[in-house]
Design a binder for this molecule. Sequence first.
Ligand SMILES: [Zn+2]
Length: 131
Amino acid sequence: MHEFSAACSIVDTAVEAAKSNNATKVSIVNVEVGEFTFLVPEQLVFNFEIASRNSILEGAELRIKTVKGRLLCNDCRFEGESQIDPNIPNQIAVFAPMKCPKCGGSSTKITGGKDFVITSIEAEIAESTAG
Ligand SMILES: [Zn+2]
């Protein structure tokens, strides 16, 4: 359900953006997805196709760019890219505290990569008939 609610949110935002630009059909939606969302790109694309049915987005391609998460460590003040332990499955990593890649401490704060944003939308714009 995680991917489905994310897909619905992307669809809603893209539909609003397309409408406000007088788009008649959306062909591509570009999104940046943070590492800490733990969204699976394949699942997100699949759910996007379902969520976009019967909307202006139907048949549009969802292009996903994954963005690295960022951490701030309370122990050593390290701030930078996270390193997700490849031995921990995503389902568990969602709930586990992120370890500092520098000192190994788990007193960390996530400072980036927790959300997803639409970076651009490619759409067909209705020709103005005013005149
Ligand atoms: Zn640290």
